[in-house]
Design a protein around this ligand. Structure first.
Ligand code: ATP
Length: 266
């Protein structure tokens, strides 16, 4: 069951099992984000600073947000989301104020993860920058540098444009780790379709392997939508048998409600 988290609470219910087709990437994420959040003492024993900032690169809909939520949930970390475009559309000074308050709240509630979606819209490469962006980048740099290197607050920035981010943000001690979240291959799509259909009553003849083979170019968000559409199409089929004036759906009608192969193909 996916549930939209509210700001600051660990995202309910989302685990690594909900993230498909990313293979080793999940291990990278665990090593770079989960490890320092859970065991900062490993880093202090080695005398090195744990990572503070990690960039997730990848096309839209590949699971960057999902992954960040899964890590937060699995580590029981406080989770805040900052949406790049949303934060930039504010009055003078408000964007910085919002950044400050998110960082402050995270520090007070550590271990914490701050997820900045569409980081490139907050911190575009210098030559694309206007006055507002310059101020917000400066604020973000100050906040990142001000985070104590204790490993208990990790900032994850997501973008689909690797080169579109201000270089200053990628220096050591800032967003100095990068993880690529790619478009899934056939095996990856098979895994993701499995996740999105695991709660569905599938009719015999539904061939998820075949579906994975024939959805070249689909990312996780597309496959999730495909599964939902298929379910709705199954629902539509039994709609004529449903009498809305009755309190209960008869068992035989409910039994009829299965998702067929054709539902995925309409
Ligand atoms: P954007 O850059 O547009 O924010 P994103 O990479 O953050 O995209 P998500 O928001 O995580 O993508 O994905 C949207 C939805 O698509 C998820 O909530 C999930 O239902 C589905 N999805 C995406 N990627 C995956 C995946 N790898 N495994 C399972 N489901 C996925």
């Amino acid at each position: 069951e996916y549930q939209e988290p509210t700001d600051g609470e660990p995202p309910v219910g989302i685990t690594y099992d909900d993230v498909g087709g990313l293979g080793d990437t999940v291990d990278q994420v665990r090593e770079m984000i989960e490890l320092p959040l859970k065991h900062p003492e490993l880093f202090s024993r080695l005398g090195i600073d744990p990572p503070k900032g990690v960039l997730l690169y990848g096309p839209p809909g590949t699971g960057k947000t999902l992954l960040a939520r899964a890590v937060a949930n699995e580590t029981n970390a406080h989770f805040s989301v900052i949406n790049g475009p949303e934060i930039m559309g504010r009055y003078y000074g408000e964007s910085e104020e919002r950044l400050r308050s998110v960082f402050e709240e995270a520090s007070q509630n550590a271990p914490a993860i701050i997820f900045i979606d569409e980081l490139d819209s907050i911190a575009p490469a210098r030559d694309e920058t206007g006055e507002a962006e310059r101020r917000v980048v400066a604020q973000l740099l100050t906040l990142l540098d001000g985070l104590e290197a204790r490993g208990n607050v990790v900032v994850i920035g997501a973008t689909n444009r690797p080169d579109a981010i201000d270089e200053a943000l990628r220096r050591p001690g800032r967003f100095d780790r990068e993880i690529v979240i790619g478009v899934p291959d056939t095996a990856g799509r098979r895994e993701i379709i499995g996740i999105h259909t695991r709660g569905m009553p599938l009719a015999e003849g539904v061939d998820l392997e075949e579906l994975a083979r024939t959805t070249y170019g689909f990312v996780g968000a597309d496959l999730g939508a495909l599964a939902r559409e298929a379910a709705i199409s199954a629902l539509r089929r039994i709609l004529p048998d449903i009498d809305l004036d009755e309190d209960e759906i008869p068992a035989d009608v409910l039994d009829e409600l299965v998702v067929r192969d054709g539902d995925f193909r309409d």
